[in-house]
Design a protein around this ligand. Sequence first.
Ligand code: NAP
Length: 266
Amino acid sequence: MKFAITSKGDSRSNTLMHKMRSYLLDFELVYDEEEPDIVISVGGDGTLLYAFHRYSSRLDKTAFVGVHTGHLGFYADWVPEEIEKLVIAIAKTPYQIIEYPLLEVIIRYQHGGKETRYLALNESTVKGAEQTLVMDVEIRGQHFERFRGDGLCISTPSGSTAYNKALGGAILHPSLPAIQVAEMASINNRVFRTIGSPLILPAHHTCMLKPVNEADFQITIDHLPLLHKDVKSIQFRVADEKIRFARFRPFPFWKRVRDSFVSDKD
Ligand code: NAP
């Protein structure tokens, strides 16, 4: 089996990365940064986001596992004290694969029929480049509302515990093939009106945003921010691709939610 390890870059994560690499080589696994079967991310959830984007072109061939060197993570659920156990599990056990849905983002531009496609593991956010975001929101091809406000956040179920949660969005179990649209400070008064609640869309529904006047936007894909000019539309839906996690033991999602946000005590 071929493996790669990505590190957050701090000294603790780097030390663990080197240790795991040498243990796995002792088990005669092959280190291959280009075409790994398994990618071990050492750091936090942010580190796994980077690893996901590094290997997003081979999601059907690569599985991910996360070791956290900070607080408990949603994608990084092994602790540094367990790395020997994890190494043996990777080397010796046929692991179970758990798949989580991803968000597909297609940005179309006003000139030249050009479009770009992205995959997000957590979410994509759209904000005005310089002013209030004003966009028409279509759901499944039908006009839904004209949004005015700071921005919109479209998240995956596994990203629902990240930025989406800070915006008052619901936490979705990652087994659900869905996306969630959450508002960032919408303008609501007698003239302007938005739904005001987060929306959860099933896999067969798309959400399309269309500019009203301004066509330049700050669009993030997970941790990556980009300025897009002359945008015609931004389309969101559940992607056909999924991220695959290597599972060696049960780690229930709701326990992770409780341990992260409510209490880590029994
Ligand atoms: P960052 O500012 O360094 O990290 C943001 C925080 O989000 C970190 O504590 C990270 O955990 C945590 N996180 C990432 N994915 C998560 C998930 N699925 N569930 C729960 N927590 C999660 O930024 P970054 O490392 O480049 O990560 C980008 C992410 O930051 C974005 O995808 C967005 O979700 C999040 N973000 C959140 C807010 C907010 O909550 N107000 C605002 C902007 C962006 P680790 O410490 O384990 O890495």
